[in-house]
Design a protein around this ligand. Structure first.
Ligand SMILES: [Zn+2]
Length: 444
């Protein structure tokens, strides 16, 4: 054996040993972690993405969300001053400046307007193409005709069915509710128009028929899931009232009068349970906002994701698929344990934008080490304003998640937790396969 052959032989042996030897996980990454990261990232970038949660649309489109953002305090990375937004504008549109001063930002507004005219319905598909997103959710009040249905699938809002009574007391709770509740009333009214219902039915039985028919019709209009953002409007602690109790409140107040807070909550608790039960019957997955939210009065402890444990683990809803949107942040460590329920999943959208990639990679690593097959990727792209559009937030979500994912997996490989092949399998699961498997062939 020549020296070269010997070196080759030894190289092969080391290779074999590192593949075959039962490895004990180590608490620290080795010096190879950087190299693994450099190797993994380009492979992760090639994985076509399914975006499980986003609000695509133009800033002047009122149907982007069923609610609106009140003035609130934004975390550091979500402020207009984030220099990454310049990088996003450069990457997406060839933005020539190094800041987003009002004068320079005009260039971006003009560029987007030109592309909107020349590209028409392909405008948002082009954004997906640039980021290697194969298909994405459009969580919107109504679908837009400028979103190509081959690339965007609709997730509609179901909260408004919980607010059919006089909402005076609900609205006056605080400044956020003054904005949110009228929008829920508007949404309910639109569902009524869609179903040709001019006046709310006099009893609960008929109201539930209207609600179910709306869900079924939305499903026929290619809605793939229903979404709740109920945490913005009230506590997510749901009691378990009887149908009779809910029917009594509905009947007493449907044509006037203001229910007490306790009466209204009880009715809503019943409606929430009815809706998620219907999600099981119709094979319509249920998306629930489960993290901190915008606004001045968002109540974090009242919307802790663990409040939903009695719902997720209730055998009556074992046919319902739950997707915990935004992964319960900042209770993300506890949240992953809800995903031990066979029908519960965690989506990471918003978390990867609130956190910088270094910190987000810790969240992702913990999730990947716990239930890797139960986590899904989402951008939470949203048109914040004319300059900071859904386009830039798509970029930020995708870049943050790919780099954080490569970092988390590189450490796991380097510390002997998973092989490189297993890591890439996990990456495909998180960015695409896990979410796609929930919709019975309706998405790809
Ligand atoms: Zn969202």
């Amino acid at each position: 054996m020549s020296r070269a052959d010997y070196a080759l032989f030894c190289g092969l042996m080391i290779c074999l040993v590192s593949v075959l030897a039962p490895s004990q996980a180590r608490p620290l990454p080795g010096p190879d972690v950087q190299q693994i990261y450099q190797r993994l990232l380009p492979q992760i970038e090639k994985i076509p993405i399914f975006d499980h949660h986003a609000h695509p649309g133009f800033a002047d489109d009122p149907d982007v969300d069923a609610m609106a953002a009140p003035p609130g305090s934004a975390a550091l990375r979500e402020r207009d001053s984030n220099p990454e937004l310049v990088a996003a504008a450069k990457a997406m549109f060839g933005y020539p400046y190094d800041d987003l001063s009002p004068e320079h930002a005009k260039w971006l507004v003009k560029k987007k307007a030109e592309l909107k005219t020349t590209r028409g319905n392909a405008y948002f598909s082009d954004i997906l193409d640039k980021l290697n997103i194969e298909q994405g959710v459009a969580n919107r009040a109504m679908m837009a005709d400028y979103l190509d249905p081959k690339r965007f699938v609709w997730v509609f809002f179901a909260d408004s069915f919980m607010w059919p009574l006089d909402n005076q007391r609900e609205r006056s709770r605080n400044g956020d509710q003054e904005i949110y509740i009228p929008l829920q009333e508007k949404m309910l009214h639109r569902w009524m128009q869609q179903e040709g219902v001019s006046k709310l039915p006099a009893n609960l039985a008929e109201y539930l028929v209207f609600v179910s028919r709306t869900l079924e019709d939305n499903q026929k209009k290619d809605g793939i899931a229903m979404k709740f953002e109920v945490a913005y409007f009230r506590s997510t602690k749901f009691s378990d009232p009887t149908r009779e109790e809910a029917a009594d409140v509905y009947q007493r107040f449907v044509s006037g009068g203001i229910p007490s807070e306790q009466e209204y909550r009880m009715f809503q608790d019943y409606m929430f349970r009815y809706l998620i039960g219907e999600g099981g019957r119709l094979h319509l997955p249920v998306h629930i906002h489960s993290a901190v939210g915008i606004g001045d009065y968002f109540n974090l402890s009242e919307s802790n994701i663990l409040n939903l444990e009695n719902i997720v683990r209730d055998p009556r809803y074992s046919n319902t698929t739950f997707v915990m949107i935004h992964g319960g942040y900042p209770y993300d460590r506890q949240a992953i344990w809800l995903a031990s329920a066979k029908n519960a999943y965690l989506d990471s959208s918003e978390t990867e934008i609130l956190l910088y990639p270094a910190e987000f990679s810790h969240t992702l690593k913990y999730w990947l080490e716990t239930f890797p097959e139960k986590i899904t990727f989402g951008t939470d792209a949203f048109p914040y304003n004319e300059v900071l559009g859904a386009e830039e937030s798509y970029w930020l979500g995708v870049q943050s998640s790919r780099t954080a994912l490569a970092a988390a997996l590189s450490e796991m490989i380097s510390m002997g937790e998973v092989s490189e092949a297993q890591a890439l399998h996990m990456a495909r699961g998180y960015l695409h396969d896990n979410a796609v498997s929930l919709y019975g062939g309706k998405v790809h």
